[in-house]
Write a protein that binds this ligand. Structure first.
Ligand code: FNR
Length: 365
């Protein structure tokens, strides 16, 4: 596949696979254990079909979205993915520039190979910071303060990773961070490097450094050290949606971590409606996992999502073509989403309703 011939988001994966060392490609691509949820994240979208409305004047279509009060160009944002300099020398900086050019939000991973300050120096755009809570809470407090000072507008607290999921390719490859790179937010601390181990270096890192005692009370603790809104990333049930609201979350991200944590959890698009119903419109609900087409974005919004995030398409396009690749991914998804809106008879996000889709789990009308 030649780069100029690319016509959809998934085509970047084959190019990335060819270009990247096997250890890096496998880390980006894989899911946990049997990878059932990994396939399901994609397959589930095919259980949702459209009920398009015709003869609506679609000569003007408005894709703009408002997320936590910030106006962005479209409801498609960038999920946090770790260690982007393994994909391309410009790593997270290229991703940040591509997000800015598209007028949307990038979420920077705690485990980025560029620091919060470096990413902030690419320009004053709206960005979120993804937080992993380390055992050393002073390190966490300092990092949150740095993100706040660097102008990040929200914390996406990842709650599905007390222990790293079992990603067998990483174990076989003895995954570790290449020696020329560091987890830049922790440079100088002994948390900046992954050790070489006999299995996954990242799994050992998480086991050693991440606080598995993290629980709902810690949301209060996080609120005591920052005034930034907190998005709880990794909710899959109505029960936890209610607890997140009680704890004062500003929003929820329905996520199964790109199928890299607990295998055999449902596809996020299958879990979305349960969460949306439990949220009762009190806080916005976002989704990530398996979004590869504009039609996927529309389906998520029709089922109640306020916006979506994409993970792997960013690292694969970054590997294939740097900032240009990520820009193209965002543009292709935008164009496809706009087309889906036009062909469904929707002129703005609020015109996308539950009646625009029919799912396998709907009762016959
Ligand atoms: C991730 N994800 C992730 N999540 C997080 O909270 N912090 C992180 O550092 C990472 N790192 C990471 C690396 C890679 C290579 C992948 C593929 C994923 C999960 C990510 O934010 C998101 O939930 C999924 O990637 C969404 O699914 P898709 O779009 O990859 O199918």
């Amino acid at each position: 596949m030649k780069m100029e011939m690319i016509t959809n988001v998934t085509e970047y994966e084959a190019i990335a696979k060819e270009k990247l060392p096997k250890m890096v490609y496998d880390y980006y691509a894989s899911g946990a254990e049997d990878q059932w949820t990994l396939k399901e994240n994609r397959n589930a979208f095919s259980r949702i079909l459209f009920r398009p409305r015709i003869l609506v004047d679609v000569s003007k279509i408005d894709l703009t979205a408002t997320v936590l009060g910030f106006k962005i160009s479209m409801p498609i944002m960038i999920a946090p993915t770790a260690m982007q300099k393994m994909a391309h020398p410009e790593g997270e900086l290229a991703t940040a520039r591509a997000a800015s050019a598209a007028g949307t939000i990038m979420t920077l991973s705690s485990w980025a190979t560029s620091s919060v300050e470096e990413v902030a120096s690419t320009g004053p755009d709206i960005r979120f910071f993804q937080l992993y809570v380390f055992k050393d809470r002073n390190v966490v407090a300092q990092l949150v303060r740095r993100a706040e000072r660097a102008g990040f507008k929200a914390i996406a607290l990842t709650v599905d990773t007390p222990i790293l999921g079992r990603r067998e390719a990483d174990i076989k490859n003895r995954f570790t961070l290449p020696p020329n790179l560091v987890l830049k937010n922790f440079e100088g601390l002994d948390l900046g490097k992954l050790d070489k181990t006999s299995d996954s270096g990242l799994a050992s890192y998480v086991a050693g450094q991440i606080d598995r005692s993290l629980n709902w009370k810690d949301i209060k603790w996080l609120q005591s050290i920052t005034s930034l809104p907190i998005l709880v990333k990794g909710v899959l049930t109505a029960e936890d949606t209610r607890l997140a609201i009680q704890a004062g979350a500003a929003g929820i991200i329905v996520s199964n971590h790109g199928a890299r944590q607990l295998d055999y959890v449902p596809a996020t698009i299958m879990a979305l409606e349960e969460v949306v119903k439990a949220a009762q419109g009190k806080i916005p609900v976002f989704l990530d996992g398996g979004i590869r087409r504009g039609t996927d974005v529309f389906k998520a919004l029709a089922l109640g999502a306020a916006g979506v995030f994409i993970g792997r398409p960013v690292v694969f396009s970054l590997a294939a073509d740097g900032e240009t690749g990520v820009r193209k991914v965002l543009q292709m998804l935008r164009d496809e989403f706009e087309l889906t809106m036009a062909l469904s008879g929707c002129r703005s996000l609020k015109e996308i309703t539950r009646d625009h889709v029919v799912t396998e789990w709907d009762h016959p009308r």
